[in-house]
Ligand binder design. Structure first.
Ligand SMILES: Nc1nc2c(ncn2[C@@H]2O[C@H](COP(=O)(O)OP(=O)(O)OP(=O)(O)O)[C@@H](O)[C@H]2O)c(=O)[nH]1
Length: 334
């Protein structure tokens, strides 16, 4: 039986998560969804707002789902599974988890991927992160949580474009690209009639791996959040690459915020690679290459690791990998 997709909706305090979800849930495409909302404080407000449009909304209150209430999250999803299996409730098309504004989405992802029961029935399909077009820069400047959310996102949704200037949006886009060049970007505004588009469709299309240009290794410094995009000149040996990646994550797992890529292993289509910190999602074979890319292309987003170290380590491994890596681009968070 196909696994039920779980969509994690995160984003800094007040960045528009609930507004977006409330609008999206009014559309037919999302009718058959289970919603789990996490809020600080015992009396959650979002939960009530969402309940108006979605009866299956469940509130996890009193703490942050990325740390203190992870067990509540597991219990809530297990209860849903139980109800679906016993026929009390029909099978939902997706589960949407709205986190608190201060949550790190990655532990939620790990919890579902690693849980002995949940991993067989659910799959984290995408991490959506809202960033406020007006206050987003301030949040990124002041709050590490906002950087972390941006770094691990599959898709960043810039909200409030109706009240932001073109310059504010441009600056924010530049900032996002410096933190997470592999994220796809969407925008929304107060009267957006189609919020559901972010929650449906092919997750692989959301996890874009951008083709990028020049390498500038000198710009990046350890201590910053930075990223490096690496391409290989020919197909890779999967076992050798898997070994190299395991060693990297074992040594520097907490410093590697995100690894995403499409790998050319010599087959017809690519194999997609998707990891958050020390956990790698089971790789998926895809039928086709996206347009414009037909070579292994991997993005590493990390903290306190020199991009050059990643490249050097891959270069040292090149004979075992069977392919030569080269840097397409290095970005330091600005
Ligand atoms: N103009 C405008 N206002 C928006 C938009 N999205 C959200 N808002 C407003 O921004 C405020 C915060 O929005 P919420 O949806 O509650 O944000 P949130 O991320 O769920 O907030 P927390 O639950 O506190 O983290 C509300 O007053 C919304 O009406 C938008 O696209 N345009």
């Amino acid at each position: 039986m196909p696994k039920i997709p779980v969509i994690i909706l995160s984003g800094f305090l007040g960045s528009g998560k609930t507004s977006l979800l409330t609008k999206a849930l009014k559309q037919n495409e999302l009718q058959n969804s289970a919603i789990i909302v996490n809020e600080f404080g015992k009396i959650g407000l979002d939960h009530h707002l969402l309940s108006r449009v979605e009866e299956r909304t469940l509130l996890l209150g009193g703490g942050c789902v990325c740390c203190s209430t992870r067990e509540d999250l597991v219990a809530a999803i297990l209860a849903l599974l139980n109800d679906m299996q016993s026929g009390v409730q029909q099978k939902v098309d997706r589960v949407i988890v709205e986190t608190t504004g201060l949550a790190d989405p990655s532990p939620i992802w790990f919890t579902i991927l690693r849980h002995p029961v949940l991993q067989h029935h659910f799959d984290v399909d995408r991490i959506l992160v809202t960033l406020d077009a007006v206050n987003g820069m301030f949040h990124l400047d002041q709050h590490e949580e906002s950087i972390k959310q941006t770094a691990v996102a599959d898709q960043i949704i810039i909200t409030k474009t109706d009240i932001a200037s073109g310059e504010q949006i441009e600056q924010l886009l530049e900032r996002i690209a410096s933190i997470n060049p592999a994220a796809s970007i969407g925008t929304t505004h107060a009267d957006d009639p189609d919020g559901s588009r972010f929650f449906v469709g092919d997750a692989q299309a959301v996890r874009t791996v951008q083709a990028v240009d020049s390498a500038d290794l000198a710009k990046a410094h350890a201590g910053d959040t930075c990223s490096i995009s690496i391409r290989f000149d020919r197909p890779l040996d999967w076992h050798a690459f898997g070994l190299w990646l395991s060693m990297l994550l074992h040594a520097r797992g907490t410093a590697i915020l995100r690894v995403k890529g499409l790998l050319d292993l010599g087959g017809e289509g690519p194999v997609s690679l998707n990891g958050v910190q020390h956990i790698i999602h089971p790789p998926e074979h895809l039928d086709h290459w996206p347009e414009g890319i037909r070579a292994s292309n991997i993005v590493f987003i990390m903290k306190q690791v020199e991009p050059q170290q990643i490249l050097d380590s891959l270069l040292a491994f090149q004979h075992v990998l069977g392919a030569v890596p080269y840097a397409l681009e290095v970005k330091t968070a600005i």
